[in-house]
Design a protein around this ligand. Sequence first.
Ligand code: NAP
Length: 273
Amino acid sequence: MAESLLDIGFVGAGEMACAMVAGIVSKLNPKSIMASSPTGATKLDRYGAVCSKSNSEIFKNCKIVVIACKPTQVPDILKEWKDSVKKDSIKASGVVSICAGVKLSQLEELNCPVIRIMPNLGVRVGAGTLPYCTSANCTEDFEKSVMSIFEPLGLAVKVPEKFFNAAQGISGCGPAFIALFIESLVDAGVREGLTRDVAWRLACQTVYGTGKLMLETNTSPSDLKYKVCSPGGVSIAGVVSLEKTGFRSSVIEAHRATIEKTKEMERAAQGMN
Ligand SMILES: NC(=O)c1ccc[n+]([C@@H]2O[C@H](COP(=O)([O-])OP(=O)(O)OC[C@H]3O[C@@H](n4cnc5c(N)ncnc54)[C@H](OP(=O)(O)O)[C@@H]3O)[C@@H](O)[C@H]2O)c1
């Protein structure tokens, strides 16, 4: 009976499943969260989730199934799902996959609504970025219930699957680019005599505050830049210097490099290299 089902179950209980559960327990009773892995999903014990060694227990007991194992393990999960279908023991109304490079077409054989989503590490602090796309048979109800549960994790943004790699290049790889930018600002401050700790806190909060301000006030990057750069002032001097050394094109090229690499990995995964 639907009433007795748990809200959500994770197949795989590694780094990302733990980060997601840490966030969603602020909204869900931990006892309505289940997780499975070959070693018993013990990493999720500390959140009070129901842990198991059996993936089919998740299919049988949870409304939403999240596939959170390594992409190479997905074929095994699909096989277990089909075995459960034969036994008529699936109660889940749909599946969410967080596995990098696993496309909706690969998940079609599940024959149920599917959401492909790519959380980034920001979910640990409720400030993740989660681009997602949905299968053709995904219902509005399923999408709404998943997004409602994931709401404490950060900002989810729907994109067509053909743009998924572009979205992932921003939200998945962006944290590494931004960390590099922060590190550069810290080095700059240290060169002028600031302690590393002070420079680090100033740089982190400045990046955080800038993103928050732009999102919350719907301010475009150019509008914000114009506000900060007063005529003949110090900020415009810095911006002009960044333009001279190709900052903007470096970032755009770095993003393109992530897409090329993703395509190379997708070809390798399909045995085309
Ligand atoms: N880490 C990230 O920043 C990140 C970001 C976005 C997306 N992802 C995606 O998230 C997925 C998991 O990544 P991760 O970093 O969390 O990996 P991880 O820490 O290595 O965790 C993998 C988990 O899968 C479990 N597992 C292995 N075989 C399984 C099977 N047959 N059935 C069920 N569970 C199985 C492992 O169980 P045992 O512990 O029992 O061996 C482990 O709990 C990947 O597909 C990755 O692409 C990760």
